[in-house]
Design a protein around this ligand. Structure first.
Ligand SMILES: [Zn+2]
Length: 47
């Protein structure tokens, strides 16, 4: 997961590579991105 520091758009690496083959925001084309972790709750239900 990446977030664009210009427009704040959050996207995955796969999504980015789908639009371009370079490292930039698929929405605005800005090249400064920050890597973010997807927040996944650690709750596992035992069935
Ligand atoms: Zn952007």
């Amino acid at each position: 997961m990446y977030v664009c520091l210009r427009c704040g758009y959050v996207f995955t690496k796969e999504e980015m590579e789908e639009y371009f083959n370079v490292f930039k925001c698929p929405r605005c084309g800005y090249r400064i991105l920050r890597k973010v972790r997807r927040e996944t709750p650690k709750r596992v239900k035992a069935i």
